[in-house]
Write a protein that binds this ligand. Structure first.
Ligand SMILES: Nc1ncnc2c1ncn2[C@@H]1O[C@H](COP(=O)(O)OP(=O)(O)O)[C@@H](O)[C@H]1O
Ligand SMILES: [Mg+2]
Length: 233
C-alpha cells in the first residue's frame, strides 16, 4: 500500500475535527475524498503530510508511520502536496516557483518534464506568478509539487474556482500522472470531476467517512449526493 490511514483523530484545540478516518491508497490508484465546506477535507490532507498531526491513529506511508515526522520528511519520502488555493509565490516567476521546490535535475521530474507536461507554463517562464490565470496557477502548483518527485500526490480542491474548460484540462493532467504510475489522493467538492478521474470515492461528512463507493455508484446515488454533497434532490 502506498498510503494507509488508520483511525485518525485530529483537533484544533478542543475542537475534534476528524473523528476516526481510515482509508488506503494503492500504488497507481486515484482515491477521491468528497465533502462540502468545513467537513474536514483540508484537515485530513494536513494530517497526512504533518502540518496538523493527528492526535490518535496511524498514517502509514510506504509502510512507515509518518505521524510524528515533520512535513519536510514526508516530502523527502515522496509525498507531494498541491495545497488548496494553489499558494504559489505571487512575486516569483514561473521558473523561480518551480526551482524553490528544489529538484536537482537528476530525478524523475525536472523543469524540462514539467514544461513538457504544461507547455503554457513554458511560454510564461519569466512571468510573475500573480500574472497567471487561475488555470495556469493551478498547473504551476501541480508542477511545483512534481518537482519534489512524489510517489503520492495530495491534491486539495485543484478545480476550485476554475472554468469548466480548465477543469477538463486538470482532469487530463491527472490521467497523464496516473499513467506515470503516481498515486493520488484527491480532495474535492466537484462531484463530476472526482467521478471522472478517481478509481474510488469516499464521502466525508463532519470528520467521518460516511459512504465509500465507485464513481459510477456515486453518480447513481441521489440520496448520498443530496444529503452530503449538496447536489440536486
Ligand atoms: N486553523 C483552524 N483552527 C480552528 N478550526 C479550524 C482551523 N482550520 C479549520 N478549522 C475548522 O475545522 C473544520 C474542518 O475544516 P477544513 O478541514 O478546512 O474543512 P474543508 O477543507 O472540508 O472545508 C471546520 O469546522 C473549520 O472551521
Ligand atoms: Mg478545504
Amino acid at each position: 500500500m502506498m498510503l494507509s490511514v488508520e483511525d485518525i483523530h485530529s483537533y484544533y484545540g478542543d475542537s475534534h475535527v476528524l473523528e476516526g478516518v481510515s482509508l488506503a491508497v494503492a500504488r497507481g490508484e486515484v482515491v477521491a475524498i468528497l465533502g462540502r465546506n468545513g467537513m474536514g477535507k483540508t484537515t485530513l490532507v494536513r494530517g497526512l503530510i504533518g502540518f496538523t498531526p493527528p492526535r490518535q491513529g496511524r498514517v502509514l506511508f510506504k509502510g512507515r508511520d509518518v505521524v510524528s515526522l515533520p512535513p519536510f520528511r514526508a516530502v523527502e519520502m515522496g509525498m507531494g502536496l498541491v495545497p488548496q488555493g494553489r499558494r504559489i509565490f505571487p512575486s516569483l516567476s514561473v521558473l523561480e516557483n518551480l526551482r524553490v521546490a528544489g529538484a536537482n535535475g537528476k530525478e524523475r521530474w525536472n523543469l524540462e518534464r514539467v514544461f513538457a507536461l504544461f507547455p503554457r507554463l513554458a511560454a510564461r517562464k519569466a512571468h510573475p506568478g500573480d500574472t497567471l490565470s487561475g488555470g495556469e496557477q493551478q498547473m504551476l502548483a501541480i508542477g511545483r509539487a512534481l518537482m519534489t518527485n512524489p510517489d503520492l500526490l495530495l491534491m486539495d480542491e485543484p478545480t476550485e474556482g476554475l472554468a469548466p474548460l480548465v477543469v477538463r484540462e486538470v482532469a487530463k493532467t491527472l490521467d497523464e500522472l496516473r499513467r506515470e504510475g503516481l498515486s493520488i489522493l484527491l480532495v474535492e467538492q466537484n462531484v463530476p470531476f472526482a467521478a471522472k478521474v478517481a478509481d474510488r470515492i469516499h464521502v466525508l461528512s463532519r470528520g467521518r467517512i460516511v459512504h465509500s463507493c465507485s464513481p459510477a455508484e456515486l453518480l447513481a446515488n441521489d440520496e448520498v449526493k443530496s444529503r452530503y454533497l449538496g447536489l440536486g434532490s
